[in-house]
Design a protein around this ligand. Sequence first.
Ligand code: GDP
Length: 300
Amino acid sequence: MLDNLTQRLAKVVKTMRGEARLTEANTAEMLREVRMALLEADVALPAVREFIAKVKEKAMGEEVISSLTPGQALVGVVQREMAALMGADLGPEATQLSFAQQPPAIILMAGLQGVGKTTTVGKLAKYLKEEKKKKVLTVSADVYRPAAIAQLKTVSGQAGADFFPSTPQDKPVDIALAALDWAKKHYHDVLIVDTAGRLGIDEEMMKEIAAVHGAIKPIETLFVVDAMLGQDAINTAKAFNDALPLTGIVLTKLDGDSRGGAALSVRHVTGKPIKFAGVSEKLDGLEAFDPSRMASRVLG
Ligand code: GDP
């Protein structure tokens, strides 16, 4: 069992009671503990470095009010900064989806295979239908895995959304455009486009999804990332962020036992808001992302 941050810091601050301010000298050892805690939570190193630098900048010279130890004062700074980096400063509207003035609003899903893209399409469709009273159409532009198309058909049915059939013989751009045409003709409010995922970053795949993006010009381009992904999250996020103008992130599998350091890594490289969290395999397992709760989870 890992110590939580407060316990970790309590160990090093026993020796330094009664200090009036946070200084380089009295925070150095504590910041090393913070750094270790983040690495154990699988936050990628560049994101850890950025975070520690931010905390240092905010903490130096901060007065330690008499009822607190320097450790408690630093924990306060660390928690505030972590929540801010997770997106607390963006406000609650950061987790909202945008809708086009002229329907349908198009949502494009991006991410590696197995991260939970198709499941998330089903979850979003259900949420949009039930909570936002939208008429939703889904389509799969994954022409490599017929099973993926069948899976989307199933989850769309479960979500009560309409499904636009596609076949592996079609081209992804043509599929997306045909679905858009259908959505317009049948007065859908939202079109969600699922895309092919690969096991790793692949230039062809990036070109393909960029072409789909260019053809349908989605109002939301959501990068789906698995919270269990750990250190790799940073490279994947960078590749998708470079290839596409992402508008938000969905962090899946938060019901697992990972500390979710991927959240910080992905925020670090994309700067985009995490809009939703996936918290179960079921279609009602989607929540608005909560930056403060995530901050506490990553810090332990
Ligand atoms: P895709 O390849 O990205 O489309 O991924 P899928 O939607 O097929 O999901 C891959 C696996 O992850 C499936 O077994 C899903 O049930 C599971 N999954 C997706 N989202 C979540 C989640 O939030 N929590 C859990 N526990 N499992 C999830």
